[in-house]
Design a protein around this ligand. Structure first.
Ligand code: ZN
Length: 306
C-alpha cells in the first residue's frame, strides 16, 4: 500500500509547529508570538536591511540575488551564513510578517539552502509564486500561533470588532488579522476584500472585489461567496459602501445584505466594513435572532412541548 503524500499546507503547519516547539512557545507564552526566539532556536541571526548599497557585509551570492529583485528589498535570507535580513523601517506588523516569512523559507525543507530576497510582491498574501505563498502561509501560522488566535477570537460573539481589537496583542496588521479570523473561525463568516476607489455606473457605486474568503462552516452552509457576488461590490448590495471609500482607516456601520446563495437561496446577512485606506474589508455573518438559546415551551410535567 502506498501512502498519500502530505499536502503542502499540512507540511507547512507541521513545520510551523516544530519551529515554535523548538523555541519553547506554548499557549501560555505571552503575546505577541516571540519571533526572535523562533529565529534563535533555528540558529538564525537577524540583521537590519535598509539600503543594500550601504551593507558592506552582505554575502556576495546574496547580493547577486538581490540585484535581480525589482523595487525595494524588504527581506532576505542567507542560509549558509544563518542570517535573515529585515527592512525595519517598515511598520511594525509588516516587519514581523517579513521576519516570519524569511524564517519560513529556512524552515520549509524544500525551500532550504537558497539565498532569497523579497519585495512587496513576494510578501503579498496573493502572490502567484508557489514558494512565496508557502513562506507567507508559514508566516501566518506562526504569527497567529496556529489555532491559538482562532480559539481566542471565537470566545467572543462573532463581529469584525473582534479581530480589530486583537491586532495590538498579536502584532499583526488589521488586514491579516481580519482575514485569519474569517478563514479560521468556527462561526459562519465570509470576508470580501475590495478596492476603495469607486466607479459610478448606472447610478450605482461600485468597487472591484479583489478576493473572498470564508470559514469552513460558512462554505458548508452557504457555499462559496465569490460566485454569488461577482466581480464588483455595489451600494445596491452593500448599502454602507461609501464608508469603505475613505483614505484613512475607518469602520462602517452594520447593514443588511441579502444574497442569493447557491445552497440556501436568498439569505439575509449582517455586514460590517472596515478600510485601512488601501483595502476594503466586509465581513458577512448570518443575520439571525437566535444568538441565545432557543425558546422551548415546557408542559406542567416538565417535558418539552413539541
Ligand atoms: Zn520570500
Amino acid at each position: 500500500m502506498t501512502s498519500t503524500p502530505e499536502l503542502p499546507h499540512v507540511q507547512i503547519r507541521k513545520a510551523a509547529r516544530a519551529a515554535m516547539r523548538a523555541a519553547g512557545i506554548d499557549p501560555e507564552t505571552p503575546l505577541p508570538i516571540p519571533l526572535a526566539d523562533i529565529a534563535t532556536a533555528a540558529g538564525l541571526e537577524r540583521a537590519m536591511l535598509v539600503d543594500i548599497a550601504d551593507e558592506p557585509d552582505l554575502p556576495p551570492s546574496l547580493r547577486g540575488v538581490l540585484a535581480k529583485i525589482s523595487g525595494r528589498v524588504l527581506g532576505a535570507l542567507a542560509p549558509p551564513e544563518r542570517r535573515i535580513y529585515v527592512d525595519t523601517t517598515q511598520p511594525a506588523a509588516r516587519v514581523r510578517f517579513t521576519e516570519a516569512h524569511e524564517i519560513g523559507h529556512d524552515a520549509l525543507p524544500w525551500h532550504r539552502d537558497a539565498y532569497r530576497g523579497d519585495n512587496e510582491h513576494t510578501l503579498h498574501r496573493d502572490t502567484e509564486s508557489a514558494l512565496e505563498a508557502e513562506a507567507n502561509a508559514f508566516a501566518a501560522e506562526v504569527l497567529f500561533g496556529l489555532e491559538r488566535f482562532s480559539e481566542q477570537a471565537d470566545g467572543y460573539r462573532p463581529s469584525l470588532d473582534v479581530p480589530l481589537a486583537l491586532t495590538a496583542d498579536w502584532g499583526t496588521s488589521a488586514h491579516a488579522t481580519v482575514r485569519r479570523y474569517a478563514e479560521t473561525s468556527r462561526h459562519e463568516l465570509a470576508l470580501v476584500m475590495t478596492g476603495v476607489r469607486p466607479i459610478t455606473l448606472g447610478g450605482a457605486q461600485h468597487v472591484p472585489i479583489w478576493n473572498t474568503f470564508e470559514s469552513l462552516s460558512f462554505v458548508k452552509r452557504f457555499g462559496h461567496i465569490g460566485p454569488v457576488l461577482g466581480r464588483r461590490l455595489t451600494d445596491l448590495v452593500y448599502p454602507s459602501l461609501s464608508g469603505l471609500l475613505s483614505s484613512r482607516a475607518a469602520q462602517t456601520e452594520h447593514c443588511d445584505v441579502t444574497l442569493e446563495t447557491n445552497v440556501r437561496g436568498k439569505v439575509k446577512f449582517s455586514a460590517q466594513g472596515f478600510t485601512n485606506g488601501r483595502v476594503g474589508m466586509v465581513l458577512l455573518r448570518r443575520r439571525k435572532l437566535d444568538l441565545g438559546r432557543r425558546l422551548q415551551l415546557v408542559g406542567p410535567d416538565g417535558l418539552p412541548l413539541s
